[in-house]
Design a protein around this ligand. Structure first.
Ligand SMILES: Nc1ncnc2c1ncn2[C@@H]1O[C@H](COP(=O)(O)OP(=O)(O)O)[C@@H](O)[C@H]1O
Ligand SMILES: [Mg+2]
Length: 351
């Protein structure tokens, strides 16, 4: 009998050690077995150091109780505590089993450190990419006032060269308008810089007003492309959230619609932003009339680096970034569908 049990546990250990996932077997809250991969992840020397400890000593469920669905299994995000006190992000899957009539829990887990690092890197890259988009928006806003200041200067220079007398009041008028242009230009910088600050402070925001603010930031591009952007206002109370990140998401979606409308040479370009409120969620829909996203790529538009804008140097990070920001900071989701007219992105954020 003893030999049989020894054989069984040897077999079990062989199975446990054949996987790259960390595996923990728990009985009534205590660790009774672990595989080599887990011992390594948790920086112990042998599994004997783990056995007998409370499982909650090495495995802290995340406070947000975030569940991920993958291959039709539910996974939970947790934090592991290593022997040296290092906190390790991981996902786990727990199954109940019965061995020789006794109940055990098998926890299999995957160390997420490397994946998280890649995610952070991508996040930084996408920040940079949208910095690039910001700069080009500022450039847009500056082109016209710069040209105007230039032509006022040229006029004054021309007059002084010809020794013609410049009337005092004309000079004052010119100086005032140059000052006006300069003020406008410096305000553009402030607007964008404010928006781009990494302050990440939650505040009570009026979603409608904030959406209008996003529209104002992109107004020059809308005018140049002759696109009509409508915001369908509804009554909603303020929500406590990240203002700049919300603006960033909306700008990304508007920019994509502008791109699609111009690329496909839609005559009367239209973008609609509307809101639907339910008990726990606020849905924001951004739709356009640019004929939508081809069915064979619609599932890939949120993937990092996925872009069809080769000539225009699309980064393919815009929608990916929206998704990450939404999931990370808004407990939200983003989805896209085609309508009879074009693409319709809907964002759900928790309120
Ligand atoms: N409103 C839209 N209409 C049509 N296609 C769109 C729209 N928004 C996004 N797409 C598609 O999704 C792709 C990914 O978008 P995004 O992540 O913002 O990257 P990028 O704009 O740099 O290409 C785009 O290249 C485009 O093919
Ligand atoms: Mg984009």
């Amino acid at each position: 009998m003893k030999k049989q049990i020894d054989n069984d546990s040897e077999n079990i250990n062989t199975i446990l050690n054949s996987t790259i996932e960390g595996i923990l077997i728990i009985k009534q809250g205590f660790i009774v077995n672990a595989n080599d991969a887990l011992v390594q992840i948790l920086e112990y020397k042998t599994k004997d150091e783990l056995i007998g400890n409370l499982a909650t000593g090495v495995l802290i469920p995340s406070t947000t109780q975030k569940f991920l669905e993958f291959n039709r299994h539910l996974f939970q995000e947790v934090t592991l505590v290593s022997n040296n006190g290092v906190l390790i992000p991981a996902i786990i899957k727990i199954s109940d089993i019965k061995l020789s009539g006794e109940k055990y829990k098998i926890v299999s887990l995957i160390d997420l450190r490397e994946i998280k690092e890649n995610e952070n890197l991508l996040f930084r890259q996408s920040k940079l990419a949208s910095l690039g988009e910001m700069i080009s928006m500022i450039a847009h806003q500056w082109r016209q006032p710069l040209a105007s200041v230039g032509s006022i200067m040229a006029k004054l220079r021309f007059k002084t060269k010809k020794n013609s007398v410049i009337k005092n009041e004309d000079l004052i008028k010119d100086v005032l308008s140059v000052q006006g242009y300069l003020k406008y230009m410096s305000k553009t910088i402030d607007d964008f810089a404010n928006f781009f600050k990494d302050d990440k402070q939650k505040e009570y925001i009026d979603i409608i007003k904030t959406t209008i603010q996003a529209k104002e930031l992109i107004q020059p591009s809308l005018e140049i492309t002759n696109i009509n952007l409508e915001i369908n206002k509804i009554d909603i109370e303020k929500i406590y959230t990240y203002k700049n990140e919300y603006i960033q998401i909306i700008l990304n979606l508007i920019n994509n619609s502008i791109d699609a409308i111009t690329e496909r040479e839609i005559k009367k370009g239209k973008i609609d932003i509307s809101f639907v409120k339910s008990e726990n969620y606020l849905r924001i829909k951004v739709s356009d009339n640019a004929k939508g996203i081809p069915q064979d790529i619609i599932n890939r538009v949120f993937d990092p680096y996925f872009s069809t804008k080769h000539e225009k140097n699309g980064t393919g990070l815009g929608l990916y970034m929206c998704k990450v920001i939404l999931e990370k900071h808004f407990s939200g989701t983003i989805d896209v569908k085609n309508t009879s007219q074009g693409a319709c992105f809907s964002i759900d954020i928790k309120i």
